[in-house]
Design a binder for this molecule. Structure first.
Ligand code: ATR
Length: 272
């Protein structure tokens, strides 16, 4: 029987997840279908229930429902718990398991696809919303020398850093407190790029040979990719690889097989 999966979000029309999972299924010979669902802003929980009642085996959850999926799940993985958000629901015999694959997606894209060496790096993580919460502890797990979370609203960055303090050398501050500091890797997890803007950070905070990474992906270079290029980044990456890697981890949770991500990243890059 064909197993049913879907991504749920609002808006959803531009999601690349159906294409990614269709390719993973083809590649690994899995008998599954993967749809997209426009979630109702009021009745997201009912939409999930209906999908499960119809035989659905798993969901990816995207903006703006990740926190609601966190509350809806009957049980949570450690990484979902740490993130306070769920991007993957697994329908099991004992109800809904919530997981979060965003962090592993980012770490694998940088570490495995681009061979970035996190160990000893000074990392600046911009933002303090759901995107940053999902990747904060996975990044600390990679042994950086320093991880600074900086946000327009400083108090939110400080709160996130305090909550993660036992996992590594992390601190939080405002964007306006970065003067005089230098970083080997700057990761943008703010929503500024959605309006083609970049967070207001000092022009000299990227160290020589430093990299930039935008968690956002668009068919054109994002505003933060342009910022990286303009400020001498050795590599200025966007979030396409993270998107495919987090999908691969969800696929693995559901199907127990690890798809090959490189051809899928190439396919999407070439289609842009
Ligand atoms: P998400 O779940 O996608 O991370 P969010 O929870 O709404 O979205 O968080 C958006 C993040 O982008 C916040 O860190 C926000 O900063 P504030 O906490 O100060 O609001 C940040 N952000 C949005 N627009 C920004 C801009 N133009 N410059 C800098 N940061 C911005």
């Amino acid at each position: 029987m064909t197993d049913l999966y879907a991504v749920i979000g609002n808006p959803i029309a531009h999601s690349k997840s159906p294409q990614i999972h269709a390719e993973f299924a083809r590649q690994t010979g899995q008998d599954m279908r993967y749809d997209s669902i426009l979630g109702d802003l009021e009745e997201f929980e009912d939409d999930v229930e209906e999908f499960v009642a119809g035989g659905g085996r798993g969901l990816n959850v995207t903006v703006p429902f990740k926190e609601r999926a966190f509350r809806l799940a009957g049980s949570l993985s450690d990484r979902a718990h740490a993130a306070g958000a769920v991007n993957t629901l697994v329908v099991g015999e004992n109800g809904l398991l919530g997981d979060n694959t965003d962090g592993v997606g980012l770490v694998r894209d940088l570490g495995c696809n681009h061979l970035y060496g996190f160990s000893g790096a000074r990392i600046l993580l911009l933002g303090a919303g759901g995107a940053v919460r999902g990747v904060l502890r996975p990044l600390l797990g990679e042994n950086p020398a320093q991880l600074v979370v900086a946000n327009r609203t400083a108090s939110k960055a400080r709160a996130l850093a305090e909550a993660a303090a036992s996992y590594g050398p992390v601190s939080g501050c405002g964007l306006d407190e970065l003067d005089g500091q230098q970083f080997d890797l700057i990761i943008n997890g703010t929503a500024a790029g959605l309006k083609a803007r970049v967070p207001d950070i000092p022009g000299d905070c990227l160290a020589d040979g430093g990299w930039t990474y935008d968690m956002l992906y668009a068919s054109q270079p994002t505003a933060f990719v342009e910022w990286g290029r303009a400020h001498g980044a050795q590599r200025a990456l966007d979030g396409l690889g993270m998107l495919v890697e987090q999908a691969a981890e969800s696929f693995h949770l559901w199907r127990g097989v690890q798809p090959d991500t490189a051809p899928v990243i190439d396919m999407l890059r070439n289609a842009a």
